[in-house]
Design a protein around this ligand. Sequence first.
Ligand SMILES: Nc1ncnc2c1ncn2[C@@H]1O[C@H](COP(=O)(O)OP(=O)(O)OP(=O)(O)O)[C@@H](O)[C@H]1O
Length: 906
Amino acid sequence: MENPEVDAAMATPDATPDSTVEGSQSSVTFVKSQEQEKEQDKEKEQDKEKKNKQDEDQESIISSLLSHLEPGGGSPRTPKRVLAFVRVKPSAHFAQDIIKLGSDNKSIDIYIQKSPKGGIVNNSQTDWSFRLDGLLHNASQEMVYETVAKDLVSKALQGYNGTIMCYGQTGAGKTYTMTGAASEYRDRGIIPRAIQQVFKSAAEFLNILVSVRISYLEIYNEALFDLLAPALGRGCKDAQLAVMDGPRGVYVKGLSIHPVSHEEEALHLLFEARGPKYSRESRGCGRWPREEAEKREGETNRVIAEHSLNKNSSRSHCIFTMYIECRSRDYTNHKCLKSKITLIDLAGSERLSKTGSEGQVRVEASYINKSLSFLEQLVIALADPKREHIPFRQSKLTHVLKDSLGGNCNTVLVTNIYGEAEHVEETLSSLRFATRMNWVTAEPAPNEPFFRETSVKALEEEIQLLKRELIMHDTLANRSSTSYTPLTTTQRAEIRSQVQKYLRGVIEEIDIVNVRQIQEVFRQFKVIVSQQEEEVENRLWSKYGLGHRDVASESDLSSDLHLAEAQAEEKQEGKGRTVEKDEDLGQDSNQGTLETGSFPTSLVPDGKKGAKEEDVKEKSESPPSDPIRDGSSPSQSPTKDLDEEEEGGDQDSDEEASVTSSEDSQFRSPPSKKEAFELFKKEAGREISRIFRENRTILLSRKKRSHSVAQRINHLKQQTEGVREALEAQKRKRSQEGEYVDEKGRVIIDEKEFSLIRKLKELKEEHRAGFAELQDLKAEIQYCQQLVDKCRKRLISEFEIWYKESFLIPEDVREALRPGGNIRPGMIPLNRITCLDEDEQERFERLQETALPDCPGSVSFYRARMKTDRRQSFSRTVAALRKMCRKPGTVSANGKKKAPSFLPIT
Ligand SMILES: Nc1ncnc2c1ncn2[C@@H]1O[C@H](COP(=O)(O)OP(=O)(O)OP(=O)(O)O)[C@@H](O)[C@H]1O
């Protein structure tokens, strides 16, 4: 028992002292006497003993289920009603005259004054009475869990499916009940507590091995989303998700299900599901304003929106499922008991007039209300024993819940209501729903233990049967020689040789034999193509003197890129030749994500002056130095000598002057990106810049050659046309003048015509050769273009990192990053920076000191929370860095002792 939690809930200022039920709770103020404390200790001891006993019982129940020949013990099923609880949201304005909570903690009466608008004869009903399975008023999260979920979860370990669903008006506390507040351990909701209970029980079982998998589905505007989708270029709509009816019940095709081996892992997935995997936009639900999007980045995965009743209103239904499998640890029998716990947080019903929703939020609301009304229709049908057709397929939500409501499942509904008078109408309709749900009956029974060996055997038999059918079919179709066994090595080699012969033109066709053979033929084609590709690449690579091909580094190039900078680079590089203006460069850069215009110009951080010639020389021979490790500033201004050495006088003199003059200043703001980029090309990015330039030169020369070959071909074409016309004229002349023939009747042509024919032939050959050369050149150009693009991307991405490290990370952070660590020169992973963000670690340590001694069970919760916080901090830092690029003058390159706001400190 976590008593502090209960005490705190009792002491909440939201308590409503006058209402019957909570009057007896909230007015309790007690000073613990020693005796009371002793009694509590004793109770705790007894609780512990009772729990141990229960665990033992549970294990023996599972064992007996696994060893029973007849699943479920063959006992008759006893119909059971769905349990319905009501949770009242704490309020300082509890409408005690309108809402009366029964002293039995099970009934709730609503009294509404007759409306004066009803006229003299006013028959509208004014009193309602509801009787449910329990009222949760001013109840702590722990109490709620103990009441509604604990038993259901332990039953799930015994093979019973279980469903808990939170229903209610928007803002009434469904998400708080189901997931809870993520910041405080004691405020965690049903899902984290259920995870904890399952793993805790599993750890205590001696002979039973429990494996757990989880999935998290979201239904938003009648579309399905996987909240745990494994790196989907995450953020894509899961078009492939679909609700299907299978032989073992309903399932969602394409939904990822994640095995989890301990509590922390499961909690981490739960918290991460609230990470920035999806953007609102990617679900087609409209774009957040930019400020809002930045605020939300790293906060929530589930679609939320703000309206007058809830700042973080969930706009979707979420279904968290735990799939549990129990089997005997020593494998004495091969049965396995499967069950699932389905935890549903529905989106809140809302009256548009009350929430004042507009635009997209209004559209969402209409989807929500529609799907909730389908749910209500379903519940009405389920509650009516005479109904033959149950409308499960009316909406995605009702379809998904087909085997989770009633049926053979333990089902619990928590209806969340407000206690205020202004919401009494919605409260009434929520209570009506609860009552209807309470009428639904279920016949819970443990799922049939699944016998692995038996099912494997059944499948093998099925395969044998199908093979026999196939043989019979082949015999009837006169194809008796076909074999369906997997290919042997010799058969594979035979197919490979056939493919090679086919490619060489030795054989015209490859005979089709069966599916395996066709697949092998394709596989061999693929192998040959990729071998050839590699060969060609290697040849070109060495031809252009790029040294050994480093496949790993090629893949590095796919980092975050900014095309505009690349164009700027290209223009800058081409300056010597095409004489382009600096303004063009600036404009181009501004079109991309990088905004060069926003920083003060000609600014270089201090401490960079006086680079000696030896240093420069050293640098020119060694790979780009790590500015952090060696202590020198990365943006050290190049000397004039270096400019000359590097650019061979190719540099614009104006620019040189501006860079050189910047040396003299002591600056507090980072230099403009344009300037920094020039600097980078001369220092840290010198090597990649050189390769880029070389590749581009080769590309240009190939383009030039291709151009001249094309011109030559055109010229040849014109010449050919001329000769062809002359030849035609000659032929016409010959036929007009009369033709000479020899004794064999062959036409005799004169010398001029003969030379024209010869010339035509030569021209055609030349044309063909030119055309072939042009084709080769095109292939080369394409390849060179790719190389240039790759180099450009690399140059920019490395520059981006270098720039952030050199100018946007304050000196003290750089200082802290310096010792130890595996940091590649010029590449400080940003997550290293966020690791420095001591707040998470410190907070955890603080919690360990304070909270953990009372609740040792909270370790997993806080660890998982911390992991998620770190990831979110990282996202926020990156977002903040991006933002800084847009806002001029917000960060100084040095001189700040305190971490700036982009390193989040909470
Ligand atoms: N029992 C409670 N104790 C303390 N705070 C609560 C309680 N119930 C709800 N809240 C608070 O009320 C606010 C709204 O709750 P919540 O988001 O859970 O509502 P909801 O029913 O899920 O709303 P929606 O349907 O719009 O998503 C939250 O800030 C939550 O922390």
